[in-house]
Design a protein around this ligand. Structure first.
Ligand code: DC
Length: 218
């Protein structure tokens, strides 16, 4: 059994940035489960399926093969043999992902893949339900959050740096919508595991958060 660190929290809390840095520091493999859900969402989008068409989404799961590979230390996501890593962060993909991930069959499809990765290797895995559902026996569990304002501002800065036009209020609205959907779905909703350590990163630097989490790990 590998050493397992679970990081859950809402969109924009900085989970992936932090988890990548902790992984480097500790020599763990970073597993971004959101990227797997995003990979599946791209499959549905490419087939022209709407998130509301549940039966079509379930059917489309059958011919989706999402694979995670590590190339030069970075995670690459393949969908039916094509590297789709560059498309994962598109806004349309994020919205579709949040909507489709409420469907139990979609979650089932990725569960074994996530557990297999954690079984044999030391991993730090981030997502929404890692500490509660995917790896309930994880050695360390963290619930990483930040205020909506902080998360919206971070996303805004990220998009502006990429030269994309965006609106801070609209981003904040999207974040609230996504939080609501992720926290209120029936299957594996986002919530803090009872034994998770709560970290609010609103007033912390990246280094401070990395130190706090690394300090919990062996
Ligand atoms: O972490 P992220 O922004 O890449 O996740 C995108 C969406 O995927 C998120 O809105 C909810 C879903 N997701 C999930 O339901 N369970 C996970 N373990 C990871 C992501």
């Amino acid at each position: 059994m590998g050493y397992n660190v679970a990081i859950d929290g809402p969109a924009g809390a900085g989970k992936s940035t932090i988890a990548k840095l902790v992984a480097e520091k500790k020599g763990y493999i970073y597993v971004d489960t959101g990227a797997m859900y995003r990979g599946l969402a791209i499959h549905f989008l490419d087939k022209g399926i709407q998130a509301e068409e549940t039966e079509k989404v379930i059917e489309a799961c059958k011919d989706a093969d999402v694979k995670i590979q590590y190339e030069n230390g970075t995670q690459q996501v393949y969908l039916n043999g094509t590297n789709i890593t560059g498309r994962l962060r598109d806004e349309a993909v994020g919205k579709m992902t949040s909507k489709c991930s409420v469907i139990p069959k979609v979650r089932e499809k990725l569960l074994d893949l996530q557990r297999d990765l954690a079984r044999t290797q030391d991993v730090i895995m981030d997502g929404r339900d890692i500490g509660t559902c995917v790896l309930p026996g994880a050695d360390v569990k963290v619930y990483l959050t930040a205020s909506v304002e902080t998360r919206a501002k971070r996303r805004y800065d990220e998009l502006m740096a990429k030269g994309e036009r965006c609106d801070l209020d609209e981003i904040a609205r999207d974040i609230k919508e996504r939080d609501f959907r992720d926290m209120n779905r029936e299957t594996a909703p986002l919530k803090k595991a009872e034994d998770a350590v709560l970290i609010d990163s609103s007033d912390m630097t990246i280094e401070e958060v990395v130190e706090a989490i690394a300090g919990l790990c062996r």
